[in-house]
Design a protein around this ligand. Structure first.
Ligand code: ADP
Ligand code: ADP
Length: 232
């Protein structure tokens, strides 16, 4: 479903080049929950930004459902991200002036989906995540756990192919981290969501079905739950 092929990324110019990604290749199959781990500066965010088309690659290809995302034109990028990618942000980024229902459906609404179908989609994911009763409320009126669920619902409401999360637990205490990771596990196991999560935290990574390790911009190891790790 996602194919990352020989991706390289350089920052800077002639005399001062940083190689942030060095010939990265891997595949993600539909329904996987992948963690990308690595120390600060290992290239995790750069990799995620290249996949999400927020950053451009210097070389290589990234295919999502067979479509080469490195070739999408500038004017199409925002639409591509709204329709095909879900994002779980560190601080959730819910809009205070919108209800949870409006927050969850925002990408569909921006894409001019029919209001009835938006409502149907929102209700369905809200049901899956157990927040139907909170849909009419504003973010300040709901619990932290309900905010987490709304942010997760927004990331999957359009049937996005891939959900991307960059250090989603980075700003949370351990209890909140655990609850978010459990919600993400439920999205993966019960709703079939495909998730790619970047983290430097082993506890967060332990929820994934497969962990890819980055070091100095290179993929150097892979751990599949229940199997021995192997060099890649
Ligand atoms: P991580 O997310 O694992 O901490 P990053 O992807 O942020 O790693 O960074 C990888 C490398 O690329 C680091 O050496 C970092 O300093 C460099 N880097 C990241 N973004 C930029 C940028 N916009 N300009 C220059 N160098 C960058
Ligand atoms: P409830 O009222 O349902 O107990 P809480 O807000 O107390 O909800 O917490 C529900 C879950 O969400 C807990 O795991 C909690 O640690 C977590 N949580 C609380 N506040 C936040 C927050 N601001 N952001 C993310 N998660 C939070």
């Amino acid at each position: 479903m996602l194919q990352v092929q020989n991706v390289e990324k350089y920052y800077g110019s002639k005399n001062n080049v940083t190689k942030a990604l060095d010939r990265i290749s891997f595949e993600v199959r539909r329904g996987e929950f992948i963690a990308i781990m690595g120390a600060s500066g290992s290239g995790k965010t750069t990799l995620l930004n290249c996949i999400s088309t927020i950053d451009t690659v210097s070389a290589g290809n990234i295919l999502l459902d067979g479509e080469n995302v490195t070739e999408i034109s500038g004017s199409e990028l925002a639409k591509f991200r709204r329709e095909r990618l879900g994002f779980i942000f560190q601080d959730f980024n819910l809009l205070d002036t919108l209800t949870l229902e409006e927050n969850i459906g925002i990408a569909l609404t921006i894409n001019h989906a029919d209001p009835k179908s938006v409502q149907g989609n929102v209700r369905e994911v809200a049901h899956q995540l157990g927040i139907v009763d909170a849909l009419e409320k504003f973010p300040y009126q709901v619990s932290g756990g309900q905010k987490q669920r709304a942010a997760c619902a927004r990331a999957m409401v359009a049937g996005q192919s891939l959900i991307l999360a960059d250090e989603p637990t980075g700003a949370l205490d351990s209890k909140s981290s655990k609850s978010l990771l459990e919600i993400m596990t439920g999205m993966n196991q019960n709703s079939g969501a495909t998730i790619l999560m970047v983290t430097h935290d082993a506890y967060s990574a332990s929820y994934a079905s497969r962990i890819l390790f980055l070091k100095d911009g290179r993929l150097f190891n892979e751990l599949i739950r229940g199997e021995r790790s192997r060099q890649v």
